[in-house]
Design a protein around this ligand. Structure first.
Ligand code: PAF
Length: 283
């Protein structure tokens, strides 16, 4: 595996690979890699001829009160994991390499970014869309792998890729879970043992919503009430920030559930905010 720090180096390697007829799989990350990221890297390197990953803690997607400075940076460990996952080129640019001048251009999307995570983090998604646009332009034609765990991010990036005609095939990969169903996240390490024990209730609650839809329930408010009631059985769970029962592409709440539906929630356990989501088709 080669670690590359400049855009020009990465571009010249990937241009050569494409000239040799190779397909490129790309897994963008911010590092602090866990099994969820590793599954994206394995997909990039096994489903395409050449696996590329990036590690870049993108300042644009952090609000001033968020944890940019304390965000974990552990390049040696991450590089070992990327190599074990089959990555051939690991792109690790500096902030100066990505943003050599004050950024005057921002990519932002309407509708899909406005509710849910967007209402508590109003500048976050434009920061993600902007850096991913830059990464897509740097990497070039490829298949890009993102986790379904950050479902709203995935829905936004799918729409952005269509709207802006990026020559990129965006694939959403299944959320990697602990044995008890808790979605993997670097934040899980910050849960107390008591919070950790109750945290899988979130996944169980979402699954109960899926079961209701599969059983014929078509009223989003009724499904939301089922999910809310089950989360409330975990005494250490705060009132959810939101429970969304929405169309999987627009993330809007329909009057009657039909087609691809996504159930999303964000719940605090102590000071740790957990997000999770599941999908279901309402025929
Ligand atoms: O999901 C992430 O890790 C980040 O938001 C991403 C897509 C790498 C952009 O910085």
């Amino acid at each position: 595996m080669e670690i590359l720090h400049t855009i020009s180096e990465l571009r010249s390697h990937l241009d050569r690979e494409r000239a040799d007829g190779k397909t490129i799989g790309f897994a963008p990350t911010m590092g602090a890699l866990h099994h969820g990221h590793e599954s994206l890297m394995v997909a990039a390197s096994t489903m395409c001829n050449v696996g590329v990953a990036s590690i870049f803690v993108n300042p644009l997607q952090f609000a001033p009160d968020e944890d940019l400075d304390s965000y974990p940076r552990m390049l040696d460990e991450d590089a070992a994991k990327a190599e074990a996952a089959g990555i051939e080129y690991l792109f690790v640019p500096s902030v100066r390499e990505m943003y050599p001048e004050e950024n005057w251009t921002t990519v932002s999307l309407r509708v899909v970014t406005e509710p849910w995570e967007g209402s508590s983090r109003p500048t976050h998604f434009a920061g993600v869309a902007t850096v991913v646009s830059k990464l897509f332009n740097i990497v070039g034609p490829c298949t890009a792998y993102f986790g379904q765990k950050d479902y709203q991010q995935l829905a936004m990036l799918r729409r952005m890729t269509t709207d802006l005609n990026f020559p990129v095939d965006v694939k959403g990969m299944p959320t990697v879970r602990e044995e008890d169903g808790l979605a993997m996240s670097s934040r899980n390490l910050r849960l107390t043992p008591e919070h950790r024990e109750q945290a899988p209730t979130v996944q169980r609650a979402l699954q109960a919503g899926v079961t209701a839809i599969e059983g014929g329930e078509r009223d989003p408010a009724a499904v939301e009430a089922i999910v809310r009631a089950i989360i409330a059985t975990a005494p250490l769970a705060a009132e959810p920030d939101y429970i969304a029962v929405v169309d999987a592409a627009s993330l809007r709440t329909p009057e009657i559930l039909s087609g691809e539906i996504r159930l999303l929630t964000a719940v605090y356990f102590g000071d740790v905010r957990l997000i999770d989501n599941v999908g279901v088709v309402a025929p």
